[in-house]
Design a protein around this ligand. Sequence first.
Ligand code: 5AD
Length: 339
Amino acid sequence: MTVSKEVRRLWQLPENELYRLSAESCNLNYGNKVFLRGLIEFSNFCFRDCTYCGISIHNKNLYRYRLSENEIIDCCKNNYEQGFKTFVLQGGEDLSFTDDTFCSIIHGIKKATSGKAAVTLSLGNKPYSSLKKYREAGADRYLIRFETSDPEIFHQIKPNENFRDRLQTIDNLNKLGYESGTGFLIGLPGETENTVINNIALTVELNPHMVGIGPFIPHPETPLKNCNTGNTGIVKKATAILRILLPEINMPAATASSTADSNLRRELLEIGANVLMPNIGPNKNKINYQLYPGKSCINFSTDFADMQKAVNDAGKIISMNIGNSKIKDLENIKTKGAI
Ligand code: 5AD
């Protein structure tokens, strides 16, 4: 059966049956553990013109900030001392951060954590040569959503980016030995049920180690300001299908989901998500990193308490383990000739 057909078959299942299967799959692979990743939004400068994103060049009413190299490394060091073992550096595509700067930051984080913390990058679409440099500097993981599998919608939301090129980047990450992460938005204008089914099928075909999906939420300072928020029921359904088709992936309950519906984080943890990404960066900058309005993680303490409650309510526990992808573990065993 092709991937698409299998996605369609699962799509037709009664929802309680689908959620039972996905929860079971998550439990088999991750038990009741939820991994934490410390997210640092290091810059909201961006030269891209993505029509959906609140920090794109469309937003002229935004205070732009960037953290210094030392601020980023210190933030990782302090949070490593609090128990975090994975740091996700996410930023707008800010050309003042060169490849050398990123490599120096990666070295700095590894040094500050005795090489024991995983470094995840989420820096947008970068050429193979840059990804190779970051990998050689020690980066472990890289996140880049393809956003939509429909080339026409892609062109509408990212007028100056090439769809094939973005897919190639995901392939490049796997070739370079990263744990690769991808995913898509639910509810972009022009999207149909078929688009979502194709989004799920494309995700499976890209062989990622991590998958993040979430509802599109319109931002008032972007061209898509008058569109509707993505349907949270579809976010749930897509999460469950992905967990069944890719049982070993790490899958966050994305912040956008809890912004769109305050119960959704708990529900996603119940049916298959196994990762949360608390924002550990300086509180003062968070208000300026609103990719969408109403983003919930503006204050670390209250946000972290909300996360703990969702984890509890879902009957799970937080794990401070480094949370490597099981898929990668399998590949390592394979290369050592054990299987
Ligand atoms: N609504 C929801 N998610 C968004 N992202 C960017 N803008 C929005 C929005 N308006 C997501 C994109 C991107 C990730 C970092 O944030 O999917 O890949």
